[in-house]
Design a protein around this ligand. Sequence first.
Ligand SMILES: Nc1ncnc2c1ncn2[C@@H]1O[C@H](COP(=O)(O)OP(=O)(O)OP(=O)(O)O)[C@@H](O)[C@H]1O
Length: 517
Amino acid sequence: MRQREETRMTSRILMTLFAEIWNILGGTGNTTSQQQPSGEQAAGFIISLQGAPDPGDFQYDLLCKEEFIELKDIFSVKLKRRYSAKQQGSGTLLGITLFICLKKEQNKLQDSTLDLINLSEDHCDIWFRQFKKILAGFSNRPKSLKILLNPQSHKKEATQVYYKKVEPLLKIAGIKTDVTITEYEGHALSLLKECELQGFDGVVCVGGDGSASEVAHALLLRAQKDAGVEADSILTPVQAQLPLGVIPAGSTNVLAHSLHGVPHVVTATLHIIMGHVQPVDVCSFSTIGKLLRFGFSAMFGFGGRTLALAEKHRWMSPNQRRDFAVIKALAKLKPEDCEISFLPFKSSQDLQERRAQESPKSDCNEQWQMIQGQFLNISIMAIPCLCSVAPRGLAPNTRLNNGSMALIIARNTSRPEFIKHLKRYASLKNQFNFPFIETYTVEEVKVHPRNNTSAHNPEEEERPHETASENSFPWNVDGDLMEVASEVHVRLHPRLINLYGGSMEEMNDSKATCNCL
Ligand SMILES: Nc1ncnc2c1ncn2[C@@H]1O[C@H](COP(=O)(O)OP(=O)(O)OP(=O)(O)O)[C@@H](O)[C@H]1O
């Protein structure tokens, strides 16, 4: 309400600046094309909404403030009309309405409107056309999107989320959509293998991490296929052709949370509408030279076992099965006997220095490091993995596109110590400040489980991954279960996919929500 009142009042203030805006928008009649700024050119232009209030006015305080809107924050313009029941035709023209994307606290974006009241048909027509021209100049904004919606995500609310919150905004922005409601696991993947993508400016996934990761994987596979590259043998994959938008509607929304700083549907939608795009690092997971999938993060050991247990209890609600699985995996906590080799991250400066020092023939195998032992959990993360239980992220020192992955290793320790470490994720204390935790910044990792009996033990009353084929180990890749029997090779591919999302501020006061520890 308050916001609407403020906006209405701002419109009144704006009336005093008619002449100024009139000139800005070419209302003087001298509207040669040279004078028309394109969207990009106009992006820095500020419409000042300063009023000239009477100091006796009770609204003086508010009016004293200078308010402004940058043209780059406008995403649509419509003619404003009043319709009455008796009236026929197009109603009474009142002016134009600008649709604006506002920055709110904690990285949130909010849509808002600003009415410019003017009863003159001619003036409104000129304003409307000029704003349309300016908007058309923002060439990075999508005009047509392929939408993939998982109706089964979380508590099955993705359809409602899309049609109530997302679609109305896309319509206002004049974006054409083609919606597919996925019918089974892997549907998005098979659809994106073949479907015509040429007419689209981007792909949007409405769902949780499983869906988003599946769509990202599908877009990357498609890019390799279209480029005629054999996906299994690639060292440097081709970038995905279309940017991906992620609307958070799942039980875990780590990708959306990491992208936007907040798992907020309207924020995610507005980033798509405004064409905010950022390149994001992607991992490839392969075994015995065969590509398993692309993804953003993975957990092996405790993280993999927990997901395997949760998947077995799909009949429970998402929160219940997550809590249940964490508690059960903790009760049956056991280390994996592994060999981990990794290639430490070298910044471009490091690389230049190394190249200057080394002979061209020097073997980069020398750079690999190896550790072995009993590990409770191994996390490999290309993105910070913000989520409700870890608001600063599971890998808080990693950025979306810093060209490296975090390798976080929990060596074997007592259950209470491991729980203490897990609890730290929810707090502001350093979760890595334990003698059994090691962190590395890496470019590649190979995880080689050494003892196959831990993968398949018939003596166990209830195996954590019953659905797995014999001798396979459960991995949690972006919330999806991946079962692999042998060594997994994880490689980082810098900036391989563009995701819709803007730069964000760090937040240190976020509250964690986890009931199970
Ligand atoms: N119609 C469908 N029926 C069943 N599964 C589907 C359907 N459509 C998509 N899926 C699959 O559901 C999986 C999980 O979806 P998503 O991540 O969106 O939801 P979620 O509630 O967050 O799931 P999770 O609890 O696994 O994190 C995805 O791997 C996707 O392939």
